[in-house]
Ligand binder design. Structure first.
Ligand code: ZN
Length: 156
């Protein structure tokens, strides 16, 4: 069968940034499984998988707008170190604010903490190498839950 809305798709992938830097890969793990049409994977990759079948391989280039978004300058912020109270703040640290946004500490300098709240892959053009390993119809439960059950998926 071909991939369409509510297909459960399993695929292996390698992701790099176009300059040869490996960002992520499913090699050595189970194939990644997702419910097609549910927005679980980046939009630019999901649209390219539409109509593909088991055994298909492809290279997909995804621009930031259809990947993890453009860099948002308003998410580059500077906060006085006192705001962190007793907490030790160091470059490379990550923490979550109550709105579930993840911030990375870029630098601590002159009593200021420089923070980046962008996704680590914001502004990056994504280069995927993908091999579709399985396509099946989703069960009614999977469609109701909006995610895949079983190997490569979630369990609830
Ligand atoms: Zn579930």
């Amino acid at each position: 069968m071909r991939i369409t809305k509510n297909s459960v798709v399993s695929f292996h992938y390698t992701l790099n940034d176009g300059e040869g830097r490996l960002l992520d890969t499913s090699a050595g793990r189970d194939a990644f499984a997702y419910l097609h049409g549910s927005g679980q994977i980046v939009a630019g990759l999901e649209s390219e998988l539409e109509g593909k079948a088991k055994g298909d391989s492809m290279l997909v280039q995804v621009e930031p707008a259809k990947g993890y978004g453009e860099m948002d300058p308003s998410l580059m912020q500077k906060v006085p170190v006192e705001k962190f109270g007793d907490q030790q703040v160091e470059e490379g640290m990550q923490f979550q604010t109550p709105d579930h946004k993840v911030w990375s500490v870029v630098e601590v300098k002159d009593g200021q903490v420089f923070l980046n709240g962008n996704h680590p892959l914001a502004g990056v053009t994504l280069h995927f190498s993908v091999e579709v390993t399985d396509v099946r119809e989703a069960t009614a439960d999977e469609i109701a839950h909006g995610h895949v059950h079983g190997p490569g998926g979630h369990h609830h």
